[in-house]
Design a protein around this ligand. Sequence first.
Ligand code: SF4
Ligand code: SF4
Length: 347
Amino acid sequence: MEYLTDALKIKSFDKRIPFDVSFELTHRCNQACIICCRPPSDTYELNTDEVKYVLNKLARYQCLFITFTGGEIFMRNDILDLIDFATDLGFALTLKTNGTLLDDSTIEHIKKCRVMEVHISLLGGRQETHDALTGMKGSFDAVKRVALAMRRKDVEVVIMSPITRGVVEEIESIRTTARQWGVEHIIFSAIIFPSMPADRSIDLYRLTDDELVRFYSTLRRLFGSVDETDIRSFNEKTDVRLLSCTAIQNGFTITPDGTVIPCTSVPIKLGNIIDDEMETILFSEKADGIIDKLQLSATPVCASCIDRIGCLRCPGLAFMENSTFGTVPFEACRHTRAFKAALYTAQ
Ligand code: SF4
Ligand code: SF4
């Protein structure tokens, strides 16, 4: 699937086909996760007809993958109607949810609509940890109920597990718990993005240097994850254009009021999906300028770094860390150092 996706991405580069779109349907949420990159707000939301208009527009421009995300998408009363509409148009639809608002009939509906994947957040392997980090008592039990119910109906569930300070020792129990719920696909991540440029408040929740090494060591032990040779050979075989950020060239993010931004991590307004023509949004001087800044070559320190192979090097992270492009995302450097340290300690 990944190779097919990469091939399609490469084909769509020059035409800037919005092949993969993330659609933030709301910024409202019933939880208050401490590391949320979209803190809850009552920002204006496109109404049902406007969202359907956008979906029709994306279909005309050959979009294939859509992710409905938030906030919490099940805060919207029309969410099932929108899921129906998107899947009827033939999109490969992913839903991102905290899992607390889904009842049995909603799960049955998701099953019938043939949603591609449902991503559910799990912030710890213990009820106390997850509930504390979501700010909602009972949220762990809700995730458990929903994951079990979905797997019983054979809905494809992915557990998304951001690991924060003090939670590294729970990675193994997160995996065990997910498996007990019938979920094999778990994505662990320890990269925490600021919710606004230069916001340092999330440093409190990021793993310490020691924890970060333990994070990568644990993943290697549990999953036999990739080593440097695998990464080098992957990079050598991969089209060089896929090694830079592909935002705008392959897709973008739409915020609840229809604003188009390059990616969730690059909150720069390119236009509005309701008011503006797609060509105006994607081929503007502003879009051209941002694409240039997203290329690896725009950050000379990274382009010449011996560790650039295998490093996240996300220009959006650099922008959120330093308020400007062309700078080094130092949090990515820290991850790369920890990843390498984990390799050496494992030998
Ligand atoms: S982010 Fe840091 S480690 Fe990664 S390529 Fe740039 S300078 Fe190198
Ligand atoms: S800015 Fe970072 S997260 Fe966003 S598309 Fe580019 S590489 Fe991915």
